[in-house]
Design a protein around this ligand. Structure first.
Ligand code: ZN
Ligand code: ZN
Length: 413
């Protein structure tokens, strides 16, 4: 909404990104000295009003609403490449960051190759499979239930111990520290598929070459860019929480634990170095690889391929992609999620498997989760597109998504 400063948008229920990210980072970094998160390996997915509301409350928005990205987002027409810079920096520190990120992304893949080679005949046992599934589920739910639905979107309130536990196991997924993950994902929702979105597949336009390049960018390329997301701006609630700060700082240790535990359990179960190493490969590196790419597929594929049965904000092209539903633990019902970000269930229609929602239901019955924002049927129907609009609309052939109503920031009662 051109000319909107963000605060008024909240009051009106129509939300627009309030500010330019880069200038806000520079300004706020100088003023506060608070930590600035740079590209954690987030899969990122928000509650569009939250960052805006926090910005207005903090007074930061007024200082940072002058710049480039906000203006470009306001003038974006849905087909052109983003012009919000993002030129990779040439500094040594950023070069090191790129090398470390590349290592985090490629080493698990190398592990996958070694694992397959080892498995040829004798390198894969039942214990490896069971450990891999268990670690995938626990760390994956840490991301989907913890990082995403609880901490980013506040879809429910968790008991302090559960909140911390989810943040810890989510950190073991090698997708970045929890505070950085939340900040990036809120930014994704604030600028979805417009200039300012950290990982939109439409960054390079909607023509075929641009779309293919955009898919690569949205999947993993964005991790290598010098495009920091300031936690103080997008996740002040997280930076003010001592437990979250401690868990965020412990991210490297938790990554080591995430690999060390399968190794140790493999050794205990198998009673040999061979058992320890195969468990490390399958329940460690392979599990990390699969979860990372499933997560990243939600960023890339789930904004390009699939159905859009629900209305979303203008230019937001999030889709529902059923083949990923099980592996993503319900996160690939991404169109529904972008339509109603605070809803605890993303697979809201009959037959849509949403393991994360089922787990939240269990937590609720145990009394560990309260205030769960379950779908409200009337609200759901109000967001459904009319007949003839619910078709899958590949962006390659549809550069101008129809405008939908603003995403409501209220939650079902
Ligand atoms: Zn989200
Ligand atoms: Zn998304």
């Amino acid at each position: 909404m051109p000319g909107n400063d963000g605060c008024g948008a909240i009051a009106s229920g129509r939300l627009e990104p309030p500010a330019d990210t880069r200038n806000a980072i520079k300004w706020h970094g100088r003023q506060s000295g608070l930590s600035i998160q740079r590209n954690p390996l987030a899969l990122p997915r928000a509650y569009p009003g939250l960052a805006d509301a926090m910005l207005c409350g903090s007074g930061i928005a007024q200082k940072g609403t002058t710049a480039m990205t906000g203006q470009q987002a306001a003038h974006y027409e849905g087909t052109e490449p983003f012009l919000d810079g993002g030129t990779p920096s040439r500094t040594v520190a950023n070069a090191v960051q790129v090398v470390v990120t590349l290592a985090i992304v490629t080493v698990p893949f190398a592990g996958l190759g070694v694992a397959v080679w080892l498995a040829w005949g004798h390198g894969l046992g039942l214990a490896d499979v069971l450990l891999a599934v268990a670690f995938y589920l626990v760390t994956g739910l840490g991301v989907t239930v913890g990082f995403h639905r609880l901490l980013t979107h506040r879809s429910f309130t968790a008991a302090p111990a559960l909140r911390a536990a989810l943040a810890i196991v989510g950190s073991m997924s090698f997708e970045g520290d929890v505070i950085g993950w939340v900040a990036i994902h809120r930014r994704h929702h604030a600028f979805t598929d417009r200039p300012g979105d950290p990982h939109s597949p439409y960054r390079y336009g909607t023509h075929l070459p641009g779309q293919l390049r955009g898919l690569a960018h949205a999947h993993v390329g964005w991790l290598l860019r010098d495009d920091p997301t300031p936690a103080a701006r997008y996740a002040p609630d997280m930076t003010e929480d001592p437990a979250m700060r401690a868990i965020s700082a412990a991210f490297p240790v938790l990554c080591a634990v995430s690999l060390g535990l399968p190794f140790g359990l493999g050794w205990v179960i198998g009673g040999s170095w061979h058992g320890a190493l195969t468990a490390l490969l399958w329940a460690g590196l392979v599990r990390v690889t699969v979860l990372q790419h499933v997560t990243w597929s939600v960023n890339s594929l789930c904004h390009v391929i699939g159905a859009r049965p629900f209305t979303t904000r203008r230019y937001d092209r999030a889709t529902n992609l059923w083949p990923l539903a099980l592996l993503s633990l319900g996160e690939s019902w991404h169109n529904m999620h972008h339509s109603d970000p605070a809803c605890a269930r993303h697979g809201a229609d009959p037959g849509q498997v949403d393991v994360s929602a089922a787990v939240i239901r269990v937590f609720e019955r145990l009394g560990w989760a309260t205030g769960v924002h379950w779908p409200v049927p009337a609200r759901l129907e109000g967001r459904r597109r009319g007949q003839g609009q619910a078709q899958s609309r590949p962006a390659l052939h549809d550069g101008r998504p129809s405008a939908g109503p603003a995403t409501a920031t209220s939650t079902p009662s």
